[in-house]
Write a protein that binds this ligand. Structure first.
Ligand code: LMR
Length: 506
């Protein structure tokens, strides 16, 4: 056989990976935008429709501004399919080349991305500062090309990945639907759910992670009909998950998933491993191949797929304007769950690491570096600013992770309100009621849009924590929704319950 080797330069891999990561930081895949736009058009829940409007408007702004869709610019996951006739011309390993691409992308001075990876997950959790290392999966396949799938996976949706070993006779569909119903909204729906069935524990997880990068094609599948059990399951899950009524951002509505992917592999006679991996609205991935002729050429998407939505007009109708600088407990007690507020004035920021430090200081009987009394705290870790920006994209992080600190913080500080994303757990809601401290949400996945309402930013404490430091933001008309009011009413409990009922009784 006349076998001709393809030589791919290591430098082309580095450049292609760096450019791919920049590209996906600001361009959503057009198929996701088409499906989300269709979901937006048909959505009947005003709260969910409003959230989708913000996600779509944010996506368009990010594409034109070439700035990240989401403040969580993700953990880089790469699937490399290496043709067996390819030789990589480099003294470095493939992982090293990919990591160099990651480093360049995340430190790009034109569009710096947030460094979100910590080393020593068991101990120091020190940020690596350049988002390396990537998680790299390599397959050797026949052929003379090198194909990469490059994805940037947000932590909120990754945290909701689940795995089980079912009894071989048990229903995959029931387990998936029951599990999705327990995930809450920290995974930022509307998105996708991938299900890997079979193989071994790690094979099921890997298959699910990879299939998330396949084109979204549920409408085609629905119109042509299923061709086998895998496609039958996809349709069943798509319908059953949407019937849960979770909706955009867990606010209750018609669309929770725009697609469901199912992938299978032979397994042991005694086993039925099932992996479930959600993909958030910041659905970022791209596929390209290198054939030795140079780095990948990535063409910008056709922006006519992006709807032009006037979010301001939608938001301003019926919203309550709030001055954070003169806030009182009498005022915050009037806010009702579901109400839209436009916040102006000064707020503090603090997320996981800052909360841990504050809790440690309280434990040790030491004073906090910032007085939280009468203040509002926003759970956020922004992207670094560039050019004339005050701050980079700065959307909310999942509040549930702060629940373990909530009672302690409210008890010790006299904080007036919290802003984050997704539901609060029962203990946090009890603390909210006890301390009369409401909780609001901003839209996860609308980070660039939200950053435009931030008019000044400075670090007040824990500077060494980088994006996790305590900042003070001055905001103007920052849109939020009251998610838990001082009486413990929760939109994440009531919204999905109402829409589940409405869908079931149609
Ligand atoms: O780290 C973040 O900013 C957010 C994270 O993606 C989350 O969804 O909680």
């Amino acid at each position: 056989m006349n076998r001709q080797d393809t030589i791919v330069a290591g430098a082309d891999i580095v450049k292609s990976v760096a450019e791919a990561l920049q590209y996906i930081s600001y361009y959503h895949p057009p198929d996701y935008i088409r499906y989300l736009s269709a979901a937006y058009e048909r959505e009947e829940s005003p709260a969910a429709k409003n959230a989708m409007a913000q996600i779509l408007a944010n996506s368009r702004m990010a594409a034109f501004g070439r700035r990240p869709i989401c403040q969580d610019t993700g953990l880089v996951v790469v699937f490399a399919k290496v043709g067996m006739s390819v030789r990589i011309d480099s003294p470095y390993s493939l992982a090293d080349l990919i990591n160099e691409g990651v480093r360049r992308a995340y430190l790009d001075p034109d569009n710096p991305l947030r460094a979100s990876v910590v080393i020593d997950p068991l101990s120091t959790r020190r940020n690596t500062q350049d988002n390396t290392p990537a998680v790299v999966h390599v397959d050797l396949i026949p052929g003379n090309e090198l194909t990469f799938i490059v994805a940037a996976k947000g932590g909120g949706s990754e945290n909701k990945a689940r795995f089980t070993q079912l009894n071989p006779s048990a229903s995959v569909s029931d387990w998936v639907v029951d599990t999705v119903s327990t995930l809450g909204s920290g995974w930022c729906p509307p998105g996708l759910i991938a299900v890997g069935v079979g193989g071994s524990a790690e094979k099921a997880m890997l298959m699910a992670k990879e299939v998330l990068n396949e084109p979204i094609d549920m409408f085609d599948l629905l119109s042509r009909g299923p061709s086998g059990p895998g496609e039958e399951l996809r349709i069943e899950l798509y319908q059953r998950i949407n019937a849960l009524g979770i909706g955009a951002q867990g606010l209750g509505g018609l669309t929770t998933v725009v697609d469901v992917k199912v992938v299978t592999f032979p397994t042991h006679v005694a086993s039925k491993p099932i992996a479930l991996i959600p993909q958030c609205a910041a659905n970022r991935h791209i596929k390209f191949s290198l054939d030795g002729s140079g780095p990948a050429v990535l063409t910008p998407p056709d922006m006519s797929d992006w709807p032009e939505i006037d979010v301001d007009r939608t938001l301003l109708i019926g919203a309550r304007r709030v001055n954070l600088n003169t806030l009182t407990r009498v005022e915050t007690a009037k806010w009702r769950a579901g109400e839209i507020l436009l916040l102006s004035g000064k707020m503090l920021t603090g997320r996981d690491a800052a909360h841990k430090r504050m809790a440690d200081l309280m434990e040790a009987g030491m004073p906090l570096p910032v007085d939280l009394k009468g203040r509002v705290i926003y759970y956020v870790g922004p992207v670094p600013a560039v050019r004339d920006e005050i701050v980079g994209p700065a959307g909310p992080t999942t509040s549930t992770r702060m629940d373990v600190f909530t009672r302690k913080v409210l008890q010790a500080t006299g904080l007036y309100a919290m802003v984050g994303k997704a539901e609060r757990g029962p203990a946090a809601i009890d603390a909210i009621v006890e301390h009369r401290t409401p909780y609001m949400i901003a839209v996860g996945g609308a980070a660039y849009l939200i950053s435009k309402s931030i008019k000044s930013a400075r670090v007040l404490a824990f500077e060494d924590l980088g994006m996790e430091a305590i900042h003070e933001f001055e905001v103007q008309d920052m849109p939020v929704t009251v998610a838990v009011d001082v009486d413990g009413n929760s939109i994440h409990r009531d919204g999905p319950a109402e829409w589940r009922h409405r869908i079931a009784t149609r």
